[in-house]
Design a protein around this ligand. Structure first.
Ligand SMILES: *[C@@H]1O[C@H](CO)[C@@H](O)[C@H](O)[C@H]1NC(C)=O
Ligand SMILES: *[C@@H]1O[C@H](CO)[C@@H](O)[C@H](O)[C@H]1NC(C)=O
Length: 452
């Protein structure tokens, strides 16, 4: 938790959204002592993920659509939206101000179709060009007091083969935290949004929260859970097993997506999510998703609203979700919080988790050191030449906090073969990680975010 000075600075620097106090969220408990529990709701829309028209995409990415939708957010009584992609070369004052006025925080993914880690071939995609885009997004959003958190990645790790991208995603988390610190920005939390793959979820969570380098450990962990399909229950879904496993998890934990559509959605999980079985470890979640995307299943089943031009039609799930939220009381007291404390043990390689490098991570690219010192410079936006192949074919790994701070390392475990490839070889979009492209606004509720 950061001090009062940090808040004051953030508020001074931000005129657009001065009505909101920056949050740092902790496990459900600290809420109770710091302030009355805050029921935070997130809204996830996904409208432009497959939007190809540049003008329409720009509209979404400029958040103009969010301005139109502001009233609906408030009607749902949400307090947070998740956006999956933004154009970091644009100015977002108007939208962020509108969100702030509505009391809504932003959980922001930093990746774009052209600038992201390639889950199938991560080494070349981890490079200074990529980090320049990520850091530019931080530059564009750190001054808004309603920027709640950054996601360093989303579902990059979703199979045994793609577990090899885990150290890269964790390195990005580390680099973002180091950038925020080096630039003396407000300490906006950084963490990863995981795929809920039964055979990987615990190792993924532990990996993001392990090791001696505190800057490389996530500030929170989140996962996209679709295991609760109504009618279900704490015991009937995977929630009980997960809540048991995460009982002593030492960093904030929440669902970065939820809302199974295999059956008709009743959003019964909301009562449990904010109830005594979950609040000791969980800080709420984000219902997926705001606007209907696509016309074929399952994409057409997720939307709460349907958007046609300026007209918005509330679908059945809109009312169902709004009722579920309004029928769910805020947790009281500490929410059953159990202080714990220790980071996790780094998972060892096994038949599911194919990471052999323990807690070692890719070494921060030396060409990116200038950004920590001088800032990221001109943001590439969405039409830059991309970064997925602009790095070397293999990357040196090392451990220790000095790795990111200096861009140098002594103990490397893999060779650095510097076959530099062109930044623009044309397949960047196709190889973007699952769900890392497009704009998605997630809607849901986060609690466990303590007002500072
Ligand atoms: C595990 O990683 C090694 C390289 O470290 C690779 O050769 C192997 O194919 C991977 N196994 C799976 C199942 O992806
Ligand atoms: C959590 O910590 C408590 C108290 O130390 C312990 O009894 C319990 O077994 C732990 N739970 C897990 C899942 O590790």
């Amino acid at each position: 938790m950061k001090g009062i000075n940090a808040i004051a600075l953030a508020l001074t620097a931000t005129t657009a959204s001065a009505s909101l106090v920056p949050h740092y969220f902790k496990r459900a408990s600290s809420l109770a002592s710091a302030a009355p529990p805050v029921l935070l709701t997130q809204l996830l829309t996904r409208a432009p993920a497959h939007e190809t028209s540049p003008s329409k995409q720009k509209n979404y990415l400029m958040f103009e659509a969010l301005l139109i939708r502001g009233n609906r957010f408030q009607k749902l009584k949400i307090n947070t939206v998740r956006i999956y992609t933004v154009d970091n070369s644009q100015n977002h004052d108007a939208c962020m101000s509108a969100l702030a006025t509505a009391g809504i925080y932003l959980a922001l993914d930093v990746n774009t179709p052209k600038y992201s880690i390639n889950q199938d071939d991560p080494a070349p995609s981890y490079n200074a060009d990529y980090l320049q885009s990520v850091f530019s997004t931080i530059d564009a959003f750190h001054t808004y007091s309603n920027t709640l958190l950054f996601f360093s990645g989303n579902e990059d790790i979703n199979s045994v083969a793609t577990t090899s991208s885990a150290p890269y995603v964790k390195a990005v988390t580390r680099d973002m935290k180091n950038y925020i610190s080096a630039r003396k920005y407000r300490s906006i939390p950084v963490g990863y949004s995981a795929a809920d793959v039964d055979t990987l979820i615990y190792q993924t969570a532990d990996f993001m929260n392990c090791g001696d380098d505190a800057m490389a450990r996530s500030d929170f962990f989140a996962y996209n859970d679709y295991s609760w399909c109504d009618p279900s229950s704490f015991e009937g879904s995977t929630w009980q097993a997960k809540a048991t496993y995460f009982a002593n998890f030492s960093i904030p934990l929440f669902l970065s997506e939820y809302g199974c559509v295999k059956t008709t959605r009743q959003f019964q999980e909301i009562a449990t999510l904010y109830g005594p079985q979950m609040t000791p470890s969980y800080s709420g979640g984000l219902a997926y998703e705001y606007s209907k995307e696509g016309t074929a299943p399952p994409a057409d089943l997720y939307g709460l609203v349907e958007i046609n031009g300026n007209s918005i039609t509330e679908l059945t799930d809109f009312g169902t979700l709004a009722s579920a939220f309004s029928n769910t009381p805020s947790p009281t007291g500490s929410g059953g919080y159990r202080p714990s404390g220790s980071p996790a043990i780094c998972p060892t390689q096994d038949s599911n988790w194919n990471v052999t490098t323990g807690s070692e991570l890719p070494v921060f690219p030396s060409a990116a050191a200038t950004y920590l010192k001088n800032g990221a410079g001109t943001a590439p936006g969405l039409s830059g030449s991309g970064s997925q192949n602009s790095g070397p074919a293999s990357v040196a790994f090392a451990s220790g906090s000095s790795v990111a701070a200096t861009g140098t390392s002594t103990s490397t475990s893999t060779s650095t073969s510097g076959s530099k490839k062109s930044a623009a070889d044309g397949r960047v979009i196709d190889s973007a990680p699952v769900m890392a492209c497009g704009l998605v606004v997630a809607m849901s509720t986060l609690l466990g975010m303590a007002l500072l």
